[in-house]
Design a protein around this ligand. Structure first.
Ligand SMILES: Cc1cc2nc3c(=O)[nH]c(=O)nc-3n(C[C@H](O)[C@H](O)[C@H](O)COP(=O)(O)OP(=O)(O)OC[C@H]3O[C@@H](n4cnc5c(N)ncnc54)[C@H](O)[C@@H]3O)c2cc1C
Length: 545
């Protein structure tokens, strides 16, 4: 797309803000902008709201942060009137919730569906963003807010012969709305990340035969899912906003007991007891059993070995068990998974595990696929191969700031932001849960709300003071990027070839993208910046004609 500015005959449609994406971030952003009296339009590629929960309809898809935490916290009435049925809600239930929110706050009239933003360019004379869509729309807006999601661009590896496959193929992140019936089918699942781990037990129960192709085994913890505890739900509903306020002060955005001991200062017996207790409770909290799991290799290894011992207990075939045991990278430095009967599934007679590190997939064939060691025949191939995380959706668009500078060239060596909220050279453009913020390392609804609230506060400040533009300074951006890297280097995270570091995308710069400092620390920093008159940002006043 060329660097354009609205011409006299274009009659573009004008708004105070264009919001790209109608997931949880876009929906709440729209609600807040309306509250400020600003006009906004949301542009969404899908034909409904919900983002992640609209696209990821694969069998077994559900949240892995408990539902009572994975919900909006900005409105006590909303929290009071919505009842979750399970500790970890299914995708259909979460999608119903997103639709309920859209209806309850009457958001749909300001959302344009089935429209993809292909580019956005900053017009330096008019101080406006010109946003272009695949339907030929041109919108002009003072602010452009990217609520495009961190995990919204699915990725299929470029296998030779991919198009030749004569059976059905699906990506978990773009699942058909009508569902897929695997009965009597020979099925391949490629990948063993979170989506694979959730879907494999359900596909295995239906399919005639399932072969799982694994490159890197993942640490997974049982969800211990079940019905919602009605007493806990009632207690939280009494004052959900206060519950959320506390969650925002924690590292991960979930209120709970913070660890108080190093894994290395307790006896072997005590350590095992504590891990066992968290394992039985289920879910992600096992990562917070001790203070030093994320920073000390020896402490981390105790958690890793505990999970491996569980895998060896569950999986009957010792060779398969060993293949499923994650090794060579520290515990929880790749996205920790939460499952229901994942490891147990490998005890089924119709399920086989293939190690593609030992025998890489060489090509997809018309009837299946071929690895370096064997050929397989399938009716269906499921790609559970993840996403171009954090930067994928932003870089798919042609975003141009001052002097026609493209975001793609600015981020050629990895993303650079100030607080994950703005990019120097791109005035009045905001990113929600962008790289450089806690984002995917946290309960994302908490991080989304924190970003949306901050952006809304910033726009209100600008309104009150007749400010025209806000832009991160290069100095502030450089200092923040340096800080984000320094904090990550202090942990074990960079040791894993994870999507946090872009390792799943060939050629993607290896930069640790999210901010590891924690939701609480980060939130305080954002508040300080605002309280100091938006320190690190350059604000320019409106020039009155
Ligand atoms: C399977 C799965 C399970 C998850 N489980 C959890 C969990 O348990 N807890 C947790 O905290 N997080 C979880 N996440 C992360 C999840 O993405 C966030 O929690 C949250 O839903 C993100 O909301 P969002 O609005 O920021 O982005 P999204 O929900 O990704 O929405 C972004 C929207 O933007 C649209 N879009 C993107 N680019 C364009 C464009 N150019 N033009 C128009 N529209 C565009 C997309 O179509 C999409 O609808 C999960 C993610 C996945 C994939």
């Amino acid at each position: 797309m060329a660097h354009f500015s609205p011409g006299p005959n274009d009659s573009p449609v004008t708004f105070d803000a264009i919001i790209v994406g109608a997931g949880f971030a876009g929906l709440y952003m729209l609600h807040r902008l309306r509250g400020l009296g600003l006009s906004a339009r949301v542009i969404e590629a899908g034909d409904g709201v919900g983002g992640t929960w609209y696209w990821n309809r694969y069998p077994g898809a559900r949240c892995d942060i408990e539902s009572l935490e994975y919900q909006y916290g900005f409105d006590d009435d909303l929290a009071r009137e919505w009842d979750w049925t399970e500790r970890y809600a299914t995708q259909p239930e979460i999608l119903r919730y997103a639709n309920h929110v859209a209806d309850r706050f009457n958001l749909r009239p300001d959302i344009q569906f089935e429209t993809r933003v292909i580019g956005a360019a900053f017009d330096e004379q008019a101080h406006r963003w010109v946003v272009e869509t695949d339907r030929g729309d041109r919108f002009v807006a003072r602010f452009c807010i990217m609520a495009t999601g961190c995990l919204s661009v699915s990725r299929v590896p470029g296998y030779a012969g991919l198009e030749s496959f004569e059976g059905d193929r699906y990506h978990t992140g773009a699942w058909p709305h009508e569902g897929v019936d695997f009965s009597g089918k020979r099925v391949a699942v490629i990948g063993t990340g979170s989506s694979a781990i959730q879907s494999i037990p359900i596909i295995a129960a239906q399919a005639k035969q399932l072969v799982v192709f694994q490159r890197t085994p993942n640490f997974s913890i049982p969800a211990m899912n079940g019905p919602i505890d009605p007493e806990l739900a009632a207690r939280l509903k009494e004052n959900y906003t206060e519950h959320r306020r506390v969650a925002r002060t924690t590292a991960g955005g979930v209120a709970g007991q913070a660890p108080d001991k190093s894994a290395l200062e307790v006896s072997d017996e005590e350590r095992r007891r504590r891990y066992e207790e968290r394992w039985q409770r289920g879910g992600l909290t096992i990562g917070g059993t001790f203070t030093d799991i994320a920073i000390n290799p020896a402490a981390n290894e105790t958690a890793a070995e505990f999970v491996r011992s569980k895998i060896r207990e569950i999986v009957k075939n010792p060779e398969t068990a060993e293949l499923l045991c994650p090794k060579g990278y520290p515990f929880a430095t790749k996205r920790l998974c939460v499952d229901t009967n994942y490891f147990e599934t490998f005890n089924r007679d119709n399920v086989q595990l293939v190690d593609i590190r030992d025998a890489p997939i060489e090509e997809i064939t018309p009837t299946g696929l071929r690895t370096a060691k064997a050929a397989y025949e399938f009716d269906v191939i499921v790609f559970a191969t993840g996403f171009d995380a954090m930067t994928g959706a932003l870089l798919k668009m042609d975003i141009r700031g001052r002097n026609g500078l493209s975001l793609r060239s600015k981020w050629e060596h990895g993303p650079r932001t100030y607080l994950g909220l703005q990019v120097a050279g791109f005035p009045n453009l905001f990113t929600i849960t962008g790289p450089g913020s806690p984002s995917v390392l946290s309960n994302m609804i908490v991080s989304i709300e924190q970003h949306v609230d901050w952006i809304a506060g910033c726009l209100e400040f600008m309104q009150q003071r007749q400010m025209e533009t806000i832009e991160a300074t290069t100095d502030a951006e450089d200092a923040w990027v340096e800080h984000v890297n320094a904090v990550a280097e202090h942990t074990l995270y960079p040791l894993a070839n994870s999507w946090y570091i872009g390792a799943n995308i060939p050629g993607k710069p290896r930069v640790f993208m999210p901010y590891v400092g924690g939701v609480g620390v980060y939130g305080r920093k954002c508040e300080e910046v605002a309280a100091n008159g938006y320190e690190g940002f350059r604000l320019e006043a409106r020039v009155l004609a």
